[in-house]
Design a binder for this molecule. Structure first.
Ligand code: NDP
Length: 286
């Protein structure tokens, strides 16, 4: 009996500028293949002027959704039909999801980070030190606060940016956020449970840059996480390991963003290991 043929894959993708260095396509396609899903993920270079056309194109082609990265995380909102809870608080979207005939904006940055802590530490009632106040820090701070973290101390070089995150957390969640501007050789308070680098310090090619931190202030009971995916083993991660802390690298956040995005689009729970393996191949240190 001839079988019915179907050459029409489901489509997803990413809009950003510049797109060439973004490994998400390799990671997501690895998961689609691993699970035998007839889905595609297309990495697209999209300028700010063309973002509206790109979203209209996705609608016309009935994409199940798309990621958007820099510089579109805020401006994409005007092209969408609604926002999820944390995206509405952050006013930033990195994942659009087709629900019925609407595209809803979600933010998986912080959710991916949260999922990377699963089985390691539950943020409920915890005290957090968060280095940085950019988009990654904002997403992580909001999600930790929504997940029940008790206190979040934002440590940032520039006070103005730091205050913005503190305001967003205090106005929208039950957590208590405060700001400290970065002093030399910053000392982490011994009662801190979770310490996070959400700055860009240590990102390739400046892999030898270090946080201005008194490493001795990291204690063995602390969970120490870095958002830097490239290289995964930053000085911060290595120093924390040497101090006996439990560490979480930036690949965890990236992989779990993939897990969450794919769940939104396909409703399939994917195995993160195929994605992690693909990223490890990509980021393997020579
Ligand atoms: P932004 O440029 O918005 O923010 C950068 C932050 O780093 C700011 O708080 C900035 O401080 C701080 N910073 C940079 N250099 C220094 C320095 N020398 N000393 C002190 N502070 C410094 O970046 P994003 O928030 O978008 O991204 C931050 C990092 O997170 C990037 O490296 C990115 O690769 C990573 N990331 C990882 C993801 C993952 O899935 N693993 C997902 C998203 C991001 P100031 O405000 O004073 O300028």
């Amino acid at each position: 009996m001839p079988k019915e043929l179907n050459f029409l894959s489901q489509l997803t993708g990413s809009f950003s500028q510049s797109a060439a260095g973004n490994p998400t396509v390799a990671m997501i396609e690895a998961a689609y293949r691993h699970h035998g899903l007839d889905w595609r993920y297309i990495n697209c270079e999209v300028t700010p002027e063309k973002l509206g056309d790109a979203v209209r194109g996705a609608r016309a082609m009935d994409w199940a959704g798309f990621n958007c990265s820099l510089p579109h995380k805020v401006t994409v909102i005007e092209h969408l039909d609604g926002l999820g809870e944390s995206a509405a608080i952050m006013r930033a979207v990195n994942c659009a999801v087709r629900r019925g005939d609407r595209y809803i904006g979600e933010n998986t940055d912080g959710k991916g980070f949260l999922l990377s802590l699963a089985g390691i530490v539950d943020p409920r009632g915890k005290r957090v030190v968060l280095f940085g106040a950019g988009g990654a820090a904002r997403a992580i701070g909001v999600e930790l606060a929504l997940a029940g973290a008790r206190a979040i101390l934002v440590v940032n070089r520039t006070a103005e940016r730091g205050m913005e995150i503190v305001r967003v957390i205090n106005d929208n969640t039950p957590a208590k956020a405060e700001l400290t501007t970065w002093q030399r050789e910053y000392k982490v308070h011994p009662e801190t449970d979770i310490v996070i680098n959400a700055t860009s310090i240590g990102l390739y090619p400046r892999v030898h840059d270090r946080l201005d931190l008194d490493i001795e202030s990291l204690k063995p009971g602390m969970v120490v996480a870095d958002v830097i995916p490239n290289p995964p083993r930053t000085h911060f991660v290595k120093d924390a390991e040497a101090r006996g802390c439990t560490t979480v690298d930036g690949l965890g956040m990236l992989v779990n963003q993939g897990v969450i995005g794919i769940k939104y689009w396909t409703d399939v729970d994917v195995d993160p290991s195929a994605m992690r393996q693909k990223l490890e191949e990509i980021y393997r240190e020579e």
